[in-house]
Design a protein around this ligand. Sequence first.
Ligand code: TXA
Ligand code: MG
Length: 328
Amino acid sequence: MKAIVGYSAKEAVQWLHLGEPVALPTETVYGLAAPLSEETTIKKIYTLKRRPIENPLIVHVLNTQQLEEIAFVSTTASTLAENYWPGPLTLVLKKKDCVPNIVTGGLPSVAVRAPQAPLFREVISLLKEPLVAPSANTFQQLSPTTAQHVLQDLGSEISYILDGGPCTFGLESTILSLLDEEKPTLLRHGPITKEALESFLQKPIIDGTSIQVHLSPGLYKKHYSPKKPLYWVQRLEGFIPSKFYEKQFKENAAHVFLYPPQHKLQPNEYVLSPSKSLQEVATHLFKCLQTLDKENWSSIWIEKAPDYGIGKAINDRLSRAAHFNLTI
Ligand code: TXA
Ligand code: MG
């Protein structure tokens, strides 16, 4: 392993000054970061992640003042930022010229958010400029929610991982496009729900998550996947697989329930939220899949979340992660 796992924002900045991307904790997932103005370091991120160059990155700022330096900020954008930042809401706005094309995949827009995690904020303050950061995982793999996940995935290729403990939200930020002021459009479900944004803005938001391939180049159909076959079902309690799936379901398969089932848990059964909270399901989801993926199971079976609130973001990730979708 090459990477040092440390706790110092100063050290992280030293590595950035040397032109090395570093992994940083955010409240959503860990990011692999580079300074906005350092194109060579940014290029390294694409190579390390094996990420297609046309898939744009999110720029992380400290506050609305820094936002104004890189994007054209409408009244709607600034009210949203004032209310939800720092936090897991990414806004897509028209970019200013100082944002390099490599960040936006050549698009005239830029995605921006102000992260909440104190260590990440300290790094931006010390660096005195915004940082671009995609999730710190190899392209299409599960997003990391602990420093250990990053170490296992990219540890042999990067120099420094700043350990801020497990991420509180556990799912990537909500992405909202404000390119057309009249038609705010949701590009990715996340911790801040469509319903919450609609009630805050007092107007409907277009759900662009199903036509996202055109709107957000990075939202691939296949994404966030474990290596083991992942089966997605409506409910596991009382689930009876068809003849075709019987063997896979019964033989050495891990079963992941969202909430505690009625029966006594078997050794192959896991529960994401003992307290029956959807937010807790989100927080533990990637971590649980990462762990099971490394263990000796032949496949992983997981349930669908109720389709409201953050359940929408959970189902969005699972629909992309699953190799077999048996919910429809
Ligand atoms: O919570 C998060 O957002 C995490 C942490 C590290 O901040 N970051 C993250 O980055 O999830 P990434 O690269 O895994 O996902 C960024 C998404 C991609 O789907 C990309 O296509 C979209 O943001 N995106 C970036 N710039 C965009 C733009 N100008 N227009 C539309 N979509 C954009
Ligand atoms: Mg990602």
